[in-house]
Design a protein around this ligand. Structure first.
Ligand code: PGA
Length: 257
């Protein structure tokens, strides 16, 4: 973390979890835990159907609500899809773009990621762009080449003005939902590398202002060390964000000196 230049953001990614009833129960338990002053921003990424309820439930709590995906067109004949404008209009602040599960199961490509990033920014949403390598790619030694490619594709056509609103999440696929975490040094190396790509594209001032998270089995035990790395500016947390007390422990780890 480097709070001087950029915000630390702790985001929970609920994926396809929690009914409306469960969302209400989470809010009831979680909100009273949020009473201490915090340096980090807190975001909850929830399924589309529960966005409006979550926005209402967390209205006075400074928790921002995020969607987990959006379409790249603003409207049209795309049955079952939701546009960035629609999300913005109901009060959504962030949207996850290019999560590895969407790349793996729903044909999300670097090309569609780029279109969605631009659509989100045009609508006034902050995209949380996920990048990361598979175990095979890490073992082949092509992690950095792949990350550079994903970052450059995602940001193609994005102005320096707009890139300040972008958040990156480095999520090694082999660490997602597996209980296997990247070491804090591995996380730092890739997050630092992502910043170096942004620096090449937009200059040092822009690069140092961009929040870059780590994601992949982050939990109350490993959060403190991961978040202590200079280029790890927060976390995108799946499993551990489903339990209010665990998520709160990670938020507290982001409040370290
Ligand atoms: P995990 O998920 O924390 O359960 O590994 C992270 C993510 O997929 O964003």
């Amino acid at each position: 973390m480097n709070r001087r230049y950029r915000k630390t953001i702790i985001a929970g990614n609920w994926k396809m979890n929690k009914t409306l009833t469960e969302t209400k129960a989470f809010a009831e338990e979680f909100k009273p835990l949020l009473n201490r002053p915090r340096w980090c921003d807190v975001v909850l990424c929830v399924p589309f159907v529960n966005l409006q309820a979550a926005i209402r439930l967390f209205k006075d709590s400074k928790v921002s609500i995020a969607a987990e995906n959006c379409h790249y067109e603003s409207s049209g004949a795309y049955t079952g899809e939701v546009s960035a404008e629609m999300l913005k209009d109901i009060g959504v602040k962030y949207v996850i773009i290019g999560h590895s599960e969407r790349r793996q199961y729903y044909n999300e490509t670097d090309f569609t990621v780029n279109k969605k990033v631009r659509a989100a920014l045009d609508a006034g949403l902050r995209p949380i762009i996920c990048v990361g390598e598979s175990l095979e790619q890490r073992e082949l030694g092509v992690t950095m080449e792949l990350i550079a490619y994903q970052v450059k594709c995602a940001l193609s056509g994005v102005s320096a003005e707009k890139v300040r609103h972008v958040v990156f999440a480095y999520e090694p696929i082999w660490a997602i939902g597996t209980g296997k975490t990247a070491t804090s040094q591995e996380a730092q190396d890739v997050c630092e590398f992502i910043r170096s790509i942004i620096r090449k594209l937009y200059g040092a001032r822009v690069a140092r202002a961009v929040t870059i998270q780590y994601g992949g089995s982050m939990n109350p035990k490993n959060a403190f060390e991961l978040l202590g790395q200079p280029d790890v500016d927060g976390g995108l947390i799946g499993g551990a964000s489903l339990k209010p007390d665990q998520f709160m422990e990670i938020i507290n780890a982001a409040n370290q000196d």
